[in-house]
Each structure stands twice: as C-alpha cells, then as structure tokens.
Design a protein around this ligand. Sequence first.
Ligand SMILES: O=C(O)CCC(=O)C(=O)O
Ligand SMILES: [Fe+2]
Length: 214
Amino acid sequence: MEIKQRNRDVIAGSGYVAPTNANPLYEGFGVYDIGSTEAVHEFCSQVEASPSQSFLQETLVKYSEAVHELAMDIGRKLCQSMGLDMDLFKGWPCQFRINKYNFTPESVGSSGVQIHTDSGFLTILQDDDTVGGLEVLDEKSGAFVAVDPLPGSLLVNFGDTAKAWSNGRFCNVHHRVQCKEAAVRISIALFVLGPKEAAVEAPPELVDASTPPL
Ligand SMILES: O=C(O)CCC(=O)C(=O)O
Ligand SMILES: [Fe+2]
C-alpha cells in the first residue's frame, strides 16, 4: 500500500485511488499527463519498477507514446472531417489511468463503477480482453448495452468537454461497469482532458441559427 500511495495526485484523482467503502472493488493508478515522457518515467520510479523490471518501463513508455499519438491524430482527423483547420488537441493534457476491479463471487451483479460521463473531451479505452462488464446507455430506449470484450480493439468515446466544444454535436456517452463474474478485471484509459488554461468554447463554424450555443 505504501508503494501504491507514492503515485500521488497532480490534480485531484490523478494518482493512486484506493478501494473505499463506496467502491470497495476498485483501485487505480494514474499519470496526470502522459504527453510528458518524464511523467511516465516518474510514475515508474514511484511504483518501483526497478532496473530488473526495465521491460515494464519500456512497455509503458512505448504504449503511452503510441496511444498519445493516436489521440492527437484523432483530434486532427475530427477537425478535418468538420472542415476546421486546427490541431485541436495540441498541448492538451492527457490523463492516463490503469483501472483494476477485484470482482468476487459476492460482488456479481453489483456495480464496479457507477453510471457517469467522462468529464474530458475524448477517452481511448483498452478494455479487459476476457472479463466484460462495461455497459453504455442507449439514450433513446434507456437500456444499457453491454460492450463485450474484443481483444485487439480500442474503444473511443466523447466526454462532457466534447459536447460543449462541438455545441452539442458530439454526445457525452453515459456508461458504467457491472460485475459479471468473479475475476480480476483490468482496463487502461487515456483521457484527452481539454485546454490547460483557456476556456472551452465552440468554434464559430459550429454555432448557427439551427444550432444555437448550448
Ligand atoms: O473500466 C472500464 O471499462 C471503464 C472505466 C471508465 O469508465 C473510466 O475509467 O472512466
Ligand atoms: Fe468512464
């Protein structure tokens, strides 16, 4: 526990999250801004990835660089597809989280993570290869739809900041994690948060008479 606690918050909730009474099955590690290779190295040294475990550090650096580049690329393509000439996510902090759910026989049927929307712009999620549980809300019918494990795939969803920026064109999807079986479930998320200093505002091209400001 002492070692896990070394993964301290940079912003609220960005470091180690221990199980709580409200959420006893969940714990997670995090890096505030994975766009910084130093932050990834610091994380590895905090959780004592020793030189004998250097493959861990290498893997994490490679993974974080690849998923960060993917996020930036998605930002550019989103803008292109909307006819906007901008590099949207450039310089935005990207938070990284490794989620662990210690599901038990007693917890089957209960909640691993309550229903929520992600607060940032975009989330890239690598879900557990075998243990399901992620469900997204179909806003029309009000029913939850299971997102079954699909090894080798990444799931991308928008959050609250994307809804604000796009003036309601992008939907911040509600989702939750349910315990379906007594097994450890791991997921890895990258959250493209939003501009560090400036406020989020819809570009003028996305505001007109038929889509007035939200
Ligand atoms: O573990 C998952 O599949 C989803 C986790 C999640 O929704 C989150 O970290 O915001
Ligand atoms: Fe989420």
